[in-house]
Design a protein around this ligand. Structure first.
Ligand SMILES: NCc1[nH]cc(CCC(=O)O)c1CC(=O)O
Length: 305
């Protein structure tokens, strides 16, 4: 029996049950999902007060390290790029990437269905600095309100009609939760790791690592290796508006686009490079180098954290 740990949010649980089902099918082993409450889920205020996204990781890492669970499932997007992972743990699989897009959603009872129809100064909810910055580039008039919490509570606040005209949510999250509502896919660069589930194991548990490897998706791993290498070299912190997205092009090469913004998006640097598919780590380093030469370091350092 394998025990699979994850956060207790509806999204985390639905993701974990999906991974458990795929493991049972691929490896013919019983898998039990264990919900683990994390500081990030318990805390209602600004994530920065807890030191950022790592607030979702600590308890789950501990449960893996002390043997309470054997496997953990994380949204890779929520795994900080500026803190090294524990040496004893390894991401044995990256599941095939789902849609990486960010979608703008509107109150269910209203008439508005497109950003172009939002009035000047309309209020848009998001907690992501990357979304805030890129919305600022498209529609500098919009008022961005800090909104975090699980998908359901964000949609509830939107639909209450009280104080928001739109919210930005990851398409992958909506799809996994089976939420089907009209929205507008935003033409912005996604977060590093968006739409990817990372499956964590104890490195020394070679039997478990071998089973979990059955779920690894090669193209996703290649893309992720480029995106994460870029993120690492940029030394971003949790308030850094950083975007990065890799893909395998039709000619078989791996491409990576990266960008770093000021908080309001008024200034930014952008880079894109290509490499052979197996050279993701080099590609990430090259794109980061290019961004840093263009001034990304100053943009990142000028933001308080
Ligand atoms: N930051 C929270 C979070 N982490 C991963 C997802 C969705 C799934 C994904 O992109 O992997 C979401 C929801 C959202 O950003 O709206």
């Amino acid at each position: 029996m394998l025990r699979l740990g994850t956060r207790t949010s509806a999204l985390a649980m639905v993701q974990a049950r999906g991974v458990a089902a795929r493991l049972r099918e691929a490896a013919n082993v019983p898998v039990e999902v264990v919900g683990i409450s994390t500081a990030g889920d318990r805390h209602q205020g600004h994530l920065g007060e807890l030191g950022g996204k790592g607030a979702f990781m600590t308890e789950i890492d501990r449960a893996l390290l002390n043997g309470r669970v054997d496997i953990a499932v994380h949204c890779l997007k929520d795994v900080p790029g500026d803190v090294p992972r524990p040496d004893e743990l390894v991401f044995a699989a990256y599941a095939e990437r789902d849609d990486a897009a960010d979608v703008l959603l509107f109150p269910a009872a209203g008439e508005i269905r497109r950003m172009a129809d939002l009035a000047p100064g309309a209020r848009v909810g998001t907690s992501a600095v990357r979304r805030r910055a890129q919305l600022g580039r498209i529609r500098p008039d919009l008022r961005i309100e800090y909104l975090r919490g699980n998908v359901d509570s964000r949609l509830e606040r939107l639909d209450s009609g009280e104080d928001l005209d739109a919210v930005v949510i990851a398409r992958a999250g909506l799809t996994r939760l089976g939420i089907d509502r009209p929205g507008e896919a935003l033409d912005i660069l996604p977060a590093v790791g968006s739409g990817v589930l990372a499956i964590d194991c104890r490195r020394a548990d070679s039997d478990v690592v071998d089973l979990v490897r059955l779920l690894d998706h090669r193209e996703t791993r290649l893309c992720v290796s480029a995106e994460r290498a870029m993120l690492r070299d940029l030394r971003g912190h949790c308030n850094s508006p950083i975007a990065g997205h890799a893909r395998i092009e039709r000619d078989g090469r791996l491409s990576l686009r990266g960008a770093v913004f000021t908080p309001d998006g008024s200034r930014f640097v952008h880079a894109q490079e290509w490499s052979p598919p197996e050279k993701g780590a080099d590609l990430g380093a090259r794109v980061a180098g290019d961004l840093l030469r263009k001034g990304a370091g100053d943009l990142i350092e000028s933001i308080p954290h």
